[in-house]
Design a protein. Structure first.
Length: 257
């Protein structure tokens, strides 16, 4: 990486990169790692992990050039975190159950944030959650952090009621014709849906991903049926497409979506 960034003999593309321009590459590489893992392709996973590691080395090299930090400090930082956050492994702490372990983990992270707050003068318990996270993931993290500090329903039943309340508010906004209001209320519904998933101990990102895959699988079945009839999707009425959708569900042994 140092050679690639050499101002005289380095690569033109590598030389013009900075901390901001690398962001899309880093995100893409992380998703490719996830894809390889989900496909259980270990050869591909090994390769993609190398690509992701390159991103860490790239950032570290640029930081080294600016005298900010180096790769050794990056590795040392995560080692320190792992030791501090696992006192039951690296110290004498004993946790009775997984809940106690999780609580200790959160307390450790809170202490880390407190140290940062002392430097940056920030005070919110929500500080430290990355702004660039996908909205669904960030929503869950915001709610988890707030819940850790007592801002959450203690029972699940009220969350169901809140979902229905937000759904009715969307309908009212729709009748008003105010698009900005409609968008706001749809956002509120999605936020509460994530909260319901949390209370049901469901990862909303994983749940939506699986539903996306299910939708794609069933829609492709519809496309196959229509293609076999020598037509296009636009040649068919919605009722017929719905029938194919139901067939796709039955083929999967599912009676309800």
């Amino acid at each position: 990486m140092s050679r690639l960034r050499d101002v005289e003999t380095g690569c033109a593309w590598d030389l013009k990169q900075d901390f901001i321009s690398l962001i899309p590459c880093t995100i893409e590489e992380a998703y490719e790692v996830a894809d390889a893992a989900e496909r259980n392709d270990m050869d591909d996973l090994c390769s993609e992990l190398g690509d992701l590691l390159l991103q860490v080395v790239f950032y570290s090299q640029m930081a080294t050039e600016k005298g900010l930090f180096d790769f050794e400090q990056v590795a040392g930082s995560i080692c320190e975190k792992l030791i501090v956050r696992h006192p039951h492994i690296f110290a004498d702490a004993i946790f009775k159950n997984d809940e106690e372990r999780k609580q200790a983990w959160e307390n450790s992270k809170e202490l880390e944030r407190a140290k940062k707050h002392a430097v940056t003068s920030t005070t919110s318990v929500l500080d430290g959650i990355a702004n660039n996270l996908p909205a669904l993931i960030k929503c869950e993290k915001l709610q988890d952090r707030a819940a850790h500090h007592g801002f959450d329903w203690q029972q699940t039943e009220p969350v169901f009621d809140k979902v229905l309340e937000e759904l009715n508010e969307i309908k009212e906004a729709w009748h008003s014709g105010n698009q900005a209001h409609i968008q706001e209320e749809v956002g509120d519904l999605l936020l509460v849906a994530v909260n319901l998933a949390r209370h049901l101990k469901v990862n909303p990102e994983v749940a939506l991903k699986e539903s996306n895959q299910k939708f794609s699988r069933r829609f492709k079945y519809i496309e196959q049926q229509v293609k076999q009839s020598g037509r296009t999707l636009r040649d068919c009425k919605l009722d017929e497409l719905d029938c194919y959708w139901d067939q796709a569900k039955q083929n999967e042994g599912i009676t309800k979506f």
